[in-house]
Every structure is written in structure tokens, then in C-alpha cells.
Design a protein around this ligand. Structure first.
Ligand SMILES: *[C@@H]1O[C@H](CO)[C@@H](O)[C@H](O)[C@H]1NC(C)=O
Ligand SMILES: *[C@@H]1O[C@H](CO)[C@@H](O)[C@H](O)[C@H]1NC(C)=O
Ligand SMILES: *[C@@H]1O[C@H](CO)[C@@H](O)[C@H](O)[C@H]1NC(C)=O
Ligand SMILES: *[C@@H]1O[C@H](CO)[C@@H](O)[C@H](O)[C@H]1NC(C)=O
Ligand SMILES: *[C@@H]1O[C@H](CO)[C@@H](O)[C@H](O)[C@H]1NC(C)=O
Ligand SMILES: CC(=O)N[C@H]1CO[C@H](CO)[C@@H](O)[C@@H]1O
Length: 453
């Protein structure tokens, strides 16, 4: 009962946060709701940050320790960087602004990330670009942490953040922050060179999983083609999905993303407990293939063995006329037992079987999940720290003026990011037909208990 209420309350809170963002028409109100209007523009210390910061990329880190007696669930993170940024939470890429868009910093972004209960590390690479060198540079952020007792706490960018012009080789989870210094506050939001230009985009209401079926029991599900209704042109998709235990999402054969790494530890929150939200996934006009490869881990018992398995998803397809359609997991999906993405992608429909539904979203043992989490759209991100080119000098001032170029975002290859998928894993896939997503195989795996999920 308690647990159910707690989850409900959290979900309510979470969606009220989204609703607040969607409904706030007033710029100032939206900014104060997000916390950004109370935040400060910070950067690597310079003689006059309001006018002159060298171009280049700096690393910024904020570590948050959960107060005693509380347990952190998830965070809503509002952020912008002049000129652009990439954000990681606990080493997992969470989001980035598009440095190719002029003045992209004028639009702050809001991300939701699952948190570790006790300690969380927010790592940012911020780039100061521009033809005028030097020019103003700054990061502005508000991190609202939601706890399991339904309370929340917001922390702002300020001089408790640390910053370095030298990006450590183990960034974004750097063991040694000795090259970092206390960030300098340039000014508060609403003043300085940034003035009152900042806005928050109205966020669209994401689809919910209500009405989608948990489809079972293979590890790999491949939805097939979703065809646009005649006369409609598909432009983008918002995809909400989770799988017990983890998955990889592909659209039209392109890797889109995965949930954060799941350490498969008994008693800890599994990544499946957060539905992963992928936004602005580009589509082709008439026909799109959605592929979800899910992986089930063996039970968390001394002997391993079968555990509950399933995948649930909602695909919101947006058309050029502004209308949209939601495609849900159901038994029209096709499933197959395949051990590799490429084999599954190339398998003919005839080799697959209809997906099996375990029941609609909300059923045990999965319940209503904890919250949505912005999924890691890795195509937009430097995949890992190997993509960061370290500056050649170590003096903070000098190195920050060196262009710490990032290599173009690296795609994480199919089967790469998720460890141990070949052991204790059965494989299966599903395909959508006639506008629907395919499902998986029926393994008849017993549901043992919540801890074995
Ligand atoms: C900023 O944008 C530029 C241009 O797209 C890109 O090369 C760079 O990697 C971005 N910086 C960060 C920290 O994401
Ligand atoms: C949570 O953070 C602490 C401290 O960084 C770390 O020791 C622990 O492994 C983390 N737990 C998870 C589940 O990430
Ligand atoms: C966060 O907590 C404050 C009280 O500290 C409360 O007024 C506010 O409604 C909470 N925000 C959300 C989104 O729950
Ligand atoms: C998950 O944990 C169980 C129990 O320790 C183990 O048998 C299984 O191999 C693990 N699976 C993965 C993918 O790590
Ligand atoms: C996949 O394998 C499982 C276990 O062997 C089996 O129960 C299921 O029917 C298979 N599914 C398909 C579509 O072949
Ligand atoms: C139940 C089961 O299949 N367990 C296996 C999980 O994978 C390890 C490593 O391959 C095997 O040793 C277990 O037998």
C-alpha cells in the first residue's frame, strides 16, 4: 500500500512537473518553475567573465550527496550553456544542445534522469565557440532532485560547482578532480551579456504507456514497418519504452539508444523501472521501422535461472500536418529468438511468431514504474570519453583557450553497450504489422519475485 501510494505520488509529481512546463506560457514563470531564474551563470574563472572567455571546451562537475534519511529517485535538470553543452549523469549521457544552431543557448533544455539513491555526479562539457575570441561564456543550470518521500530539492549553478579547462581522460566520471577549480559566478540569470533572452521551450506532453501491453518473453523484439496513413507525412517520433531487463532501440536500422547501464544488483533499482523517453526521433515520410532488442537477465538468485521478461512501448508518430498517432505494443507484433541484431533485422516475417501479451501496462510484477527518464539519444552525443580529445597543455588558462575539439558523435554499435547479453539470456524479437509493433516469444518464464526481475 505504502509503496503503491509512494509510486503514484511520484508519478503524479512527475507529470505535474511536465504539465507545469507545458502550461507555463509566461517566460518568467516557466523559468522560475524550472529554477533557472534563481541560477547563476558560471564558468572557468577569467579576469572578466562578462566579456571575455577564451573559446574552447571546459568540464564542469557538480556532485550531489543525498541528505541522510532520504533516497533520491530522479532529477529534472534545466540547463543551458553559451554556446553549447553535453550532459552526463553518473557517467550516462543524458542530453546535449545542438552546437550547430545559432544562439541555441537562448533556449534552455529540460531533461529527466534516473538517480542513484545516495550520491549523484552531474558532469557537463561546455563549449564556448564563436568567431570573436574571446567572448562571453557561461553555464546556467537548475537541478531539481525528487526523493522517495515525495519531497524535492533544487540546486542551482553557483560557485560550489567545479570546473576545469583540462578535460580528464576519465571524464565524465573522473576519479581525480584535482585539476578542477571552484567555478566563478559571472552574474545571475537575467543580467550580463545574456540579459533576458533565455526561454524554456513549451514541452509537449509525452505519450503514456497506458493501454500498451507487456509483450513477452524473448529478449529481442523487432517492430517492423509502421506505414503512414495515406496523405500523411511522418516527421518525427516520441518513443516511450522499457524492457525487463534492458533493450536497444533502432529506428530504420539506426541505433537510437539504450537505458542507462544496469548493474544487475539485487535490491537496487533496475533501469527497467524507468520508462525511457526518446524525443524528436527523425522519421522518413511514409514508412518507418522500429526495432527493439530486449535482453532478459537470469534471476538474481544463487542459481540464476529464468526470470520474468517483457517489453512495453508507446510510439507517438507526428505527421507534417501536426496530427499524431500512437502505436502500442500488442499481439500484432512479431517475435523471434535471435542472438544478433543483424540476423533479426534480416529475418523474414515468416520466421517470426506473434507476440504474447502478459497483460496491459500496470500489471504485476512491473506495476506502473517509477517515472519516465529521458533516454540517451546517443546519436547526438559523444559516445564516451574516448571521443574527447585532451588539450595539449595543462595550464588551466592556456588550455581553455585551446580548442578541445570533440570528435563527431560516435554511434554505439548494436550489441556493444550492454554487457553479458550472451549469457543467461534467451533471445527473441518482435515486429509491428499494419501500423503496430511486433512482440516476442512465449517462453512461459515464471515470475519469481520482484527481486529477480
Ligand atoms: C558544441 O557544438 C559543436 C558544433 O556542433 C560541437 O563540435 C561540440 O562537440 C559541441 N560541444 C559539446 C560540449 O557538446
Ligand atoms: C551510487 O553512488 C555511489 C557513490 O558514488 C556508488 O558507490 C554506488 O555504486 C552508486 N550506486 C549505483 C547503483 O550506481
Ligand atoms: C517541490 O517542493 C516544494 C516545497 O519545497 C513544493 O512547493 C513544490 O510543489 C515541489 N515541486 C514539485 C514539482 O513537486
Ligand atoms: C544478473 O545476475 C544474476 C544473478 O547474480 C546472474 O546469474 C546473471 O548472469 C546476471 N546477468 C547479467 C546479464 O549480468
Ligand atoms: C523462443 O524460444 C522460447 C524458448 O525456447 C520458446 O518458448 C519460444 O516459443 C520461441 N519463440 C519463437 C517465436 O520462436
Ligand atoms: C542458469 C544459467 O544458465 N546460468 C548460466 C549463466 O551464465 C554463466 C556464465 O556463462 C553460466 O556459468 C551459468 O550456468
Amino acid at each position: 500500500m505504502l509503496a503503491a501510494c509512494r509510486l503514484l505520488c511520484l508519478l503524479t509529481l512527475f507529470f505535474s512537473v511536465l504539465a507545469q512546463h507545458a502550461l507555463s506560457l509566461e517566460r518568467r514563470d516557466a523559468l522560475s518553475d524550472s529554477g533557472l531564474s534563481s541560477a547563476s551563470w558560471i564558468w572557468l574563472p577569467e579576469p572578466d567573465l562578462l566579456t571575455t572567455a577564451p573559446t574552447g571546451t571546459v568540464a564542469l562537475v557538480k556532485t550531489l550527496t543525498t541528505p541522510t534519511g532520504k533516497s533520491a529517485y530522479f532529477a529534472s535538470i534545466a540547463m543551458t550553456v553559451d554556446n553549447n553543452f553535453t550532459l552526463w549523469v553518473n557517467g550516462q549521457p543524458v542530453g546535449a544542445s545542438d552546437g550547430t544552431v545559432a544562439n541555441v543557448w537562448e533556449t534552455a533544455q529540460v531533461f529527466t534522469a534516473a538517480l542513484n539513491s545516495t550520491a549523484n555526479v552531474f558532469s557537463v562539457l561546455g563549449s564556448n565557440t564563436g568567431t570573436v575570441t574571446p567572448n562571453p561564456a557561461g553555464l546556467l543550470a537548475a537541478i531539481r532532485v525528487f526523493f522517495t518521500d515525495s519531497t524535492n530539492e533544487t540546486v542551482f549553478s553557483d560557485n560550489t560547482w567545479v570546473v576545469s579547462g583540462t578535460i580528464p581522460s576519465d571524464f565524465p566520471l573522473s576519479a581525480d578532480l584535482s585539476s578542477f577549480v571552484q567555478a566563478e559566478v559571472a552574474t545571475t540569470e537575467g543580467s550580463g551579456p545574456w540579459g533576458t533572452s533565455l526561454t524554456l521551450p513549451a514541452s509537449a506532453t509525452p505519450p503514456t504507456l497506458t493501454g500498451s501491453a507487456w509483450i513477452c518473453c524473448g529478449e529481442r523484439w523487432i517492430p517492423e514497418t509502421v506505414t503512414s496513413p495515406s496523405g500523411k507525412t511522418a516527421t518525427s517520433a516520441t518513443i516511450l519504452v522499457t524492457a525487463d531487463n534492458t533493450f536497444q532501440l533502432f529506428v530504420n536500422g539506426q541505433y537510437i539508444g539504450s537505458p542507462p547501464y544496469d548493474n544487475n544488483e539485487s535490491g537496487t533499482t533496475g533501469s527497467w523501472e524507468f520508462a525511457q523517453l526518446f524525443t524528436d526521433v527523425a522519421l522518413t515520410p511514409t514508412s518507418n521501422v522500429f526495432t527493439i532488442f530486449a535482453t532478459n537477465f537470469a534471476a538474481q538468485t544463487t542459481t540464476g535461472g529464468p526470470s520474468s521478461a517483457g517489453m512495453v512501448a508507446a510510439l507517438q508518430i507526428t505527421f507534417s500536418d501536426g496530427s499524431s498517432e500512437v502505436v502500442r505494443t500488442d499481439t500484432t507484433w512479431l517475435a523471434g529468438n535471435y542472438s544478433s541484431v543483424s540476423t533479426f533485422l534480416s529475418a523474414p516475417d515468416g520466421a517470426l511468431a506473434p507476440a504474447i501479451s502478459s497483460g496491459l501496462f500496470g500489471i504485476a510484477p512491473w506495476g506502473t514504474l517509477l517515472a519516465n527518464s529521458n533516454a540517451l539519444n546517443n546519436l547526438k552525443l559523444p559516445a564516451n570519453n574516448a571521443a574527447v580529445v585532451e588539450p595539449t597543455t595543462t595550464s588551466t588558462k592556456a588550455s581553455s583557450s585551446t580548442s578541445n575539439a570533440l570528435i563527431a558523435p560516435t554511434t554505439i554499435l548494436p550489441n556493444d553497450p550492454i554487457p553479458s547479453t550472451t549469457t543467461n539470456v534467451t533471445t527473441g524479437g518482435a515486429r509491428a504489422r499494419n501500423g503496430h509493433i511486433p512482440l516476442a516469444l512465449v517462453l512461459g518464464l515464471p515470475i519469481i519475485s520482484l527481486t529477480v526481475l
